[in-house]
Design a protein around this ligand. Structure first.
Ligand code: ADP
Length: 431
């Protein structure tokens, strides 16, 4: 005896955008032995019908995108699907609605709200081939109306598309206009950049010339080559000499900063040892540390720290960091420098016991022209406590180091808790 033939569960596709209705029908049909698939709009419904080839389709008539009537017409026109019964499931209850559904291709019609007790049997009957009929006289009229409705819908869609098309054309024109405008801004930006370059070039040159003449004469006067000087005149000239040196330093810094920003910074790259360069810097400033009674301590790396860099620029970075440590540390304070090699990088750290930096200023001090304290508290000396420039030194350090592939950062435990500045540069790899 052969095995009894197990007929598989009838497969129903339910096209309905309302999730609650979907759940309700599933609750009724699944326990009654049906397999249920869902689609949530007309287009998805048509696709699912093609892919799943269900035994019957339950179709809500009010669907987004293509409505139920359109979807039914389309499904019935597809090869292989023409015979799949479609049952309209809708709250539209007039006879006209019913006839329209039949004309569109539906085979049956169940009104909402459905009767939960009889629903599964209704579906079974449609599965067995039952289908509603429409009187032939009505059919022609409804068919004509249906065609008119379709044409109206089509017309509305075409009008909508035309409107979208027009809006798209307008957006395209606006975009083109914005693009042209951005091109103009670009040109203007290039013009301003050139102007900035020229101004920096001219200013630094024009300022430097009278500055060097004044410095030259002051040097001559101080050396007594233009006659004997009394003590007061000598002192005044020395102060002027210091001020002019500061001014010259400032011009160099501002010019360098601008060049760095414009990516036009001339670099004479060599392989140099950071420890050696710092030795020179320290020697140049040791006199000032001595008169300020600052205790200096250094822990050098065992090996030289070979980096590829412009020695003058590295000197500038190291000078700036040491000068800041001297200026922002009160007399009798301590400055500690440490250098080491780690992960193919050369590291440099300078820590002081000075005025410290507030947490919120730790990043900002590297911005151009940023200074923490009120300018009224500035001192205009060279290495006296609280002497400062115009807030470009650290910006320059950051720019130079980043141009050379390095990075700098600051840390401090807060005001009067001292500060520490650390940077690294990639080391030259040894062959
Ligand atoms: P400036 O030329 O004014 O010193 P910098 O760019 O070198 O400018 O420094 C910016 C600011 O960062 C300084 O004005 C100071 O407020 C703060 N600063 C720099 N170094 C230190 C330090 N070692 N200790 C405390 N504050 C510092």
């Amino acid at each position: 005896m052969g095995r009894p033939h197990m007929k598989s569960a009838p497969h129903i596709l339910y096209i309905e955008d309302n999730e609650f209705n979907q759940r309700l029908i599933r609750k009724i049909l699944e326990p009654a032995g049906f397999k249920l698939s869902s689609a949530f709009d007309g287009i998805q419904g048509i696709k699912q019908a093609i892919d799943l080839k269900p035994d019957l389709i339950l179709m809500d008539l009010e669907l987004p995108q293509i409505d139920g009537l359109g979807a039914a017409t389309k499904i019935k026109s597809l090869p292989g699907l023409a015979k799949v019964p479609i049952v309209a499931l809708t709250s539209k209850t007039s006879k006209r609605d019913r006839d329209q559904a039949l004309v569109a291709g539906c085979d049956g019609y169940i009104e909402k709200p459905i009767n939960a007790r009889t629903f599964a049997d209704q579906v079974r009957r449609y599965l067995k081939g039952e289908h509603e009929r429409i009187e032939p006289a009505n059919k022609t009229r409804i068919l004509r109306d249906f065609n008119v409705t379709l044409v109206n819908k089509l017309q509305a869609k075409i009008e909508e598309l035309e409107k979208t098309n027009q809006e798209l054309r307008q957006s395209k024109e606006e975009l083109l206009h914005a693009y042209e405008q951005s091109q103009n801004w670009n040109l203007e930006l290039q013009r301003l950049t050139r102007l900035k370059e020229n101004i920096v070039g001219i200013t630094s040159h024009e300022l430097r010339t009278p500055l060097s003449i004044a410095t030259g004469y002051i040097d001559l006067l101080l050396e007594g080559m233009l006659g004997e000087l009394n003590d007061d005149t000598h002192r005044v000239l020395q102060i002027s000499q210091t001020s002019l040196a500061k001014m010259s330093d400032l011009i160099t810094k501002i010019t360098d900063l601008t060049r760095l920003a414009l990516k036009k910074f001339p670099m004479n790259l060599e392989v140099v040892d950071i420890n050696e360069i710092f030795k020179n810097v320290r020697e140049g400033m040791s006199f000032f540390m001595k008169i300020r009674n600052l205790d200096f301590h250094m822990e050098r790396s065992d090996e030289p720290i070979w980096v590829q860099a412009d020695p003058n620029l590295i000197e500038q970075v190291l000078s700036n960091l040491l000068k800041n440590a001297i200026c922002f540390t009160p007399d009798h304070g301590k400055i500690e420098v440490k250098t080491w090699i780690q992960d193919n990088k050369g590291w440099f750290e300078i820590a002081d016991t000075g005025i410290g930096i507030k947490e919120e200023d730790l990043e900002k001090i590297f911005d151009e022209f940023y200074q923490v304290t009120d300018v009224n508290y500035h001192k205009t000396g060279q290495f006296e406590y609280m002497t400062r420039g115009i807030g470009v030194g650290l910006a320059l350090c950051k720019g130079i180091l980043s141009e050379l592939g390095g990075k700098i950062g600051a840390s401090s435990s807060g005001l009067n808790q001292g500060s520490s500045f650390t940077f690294y540069l990639p080391m030259v790899t040894q062959e």
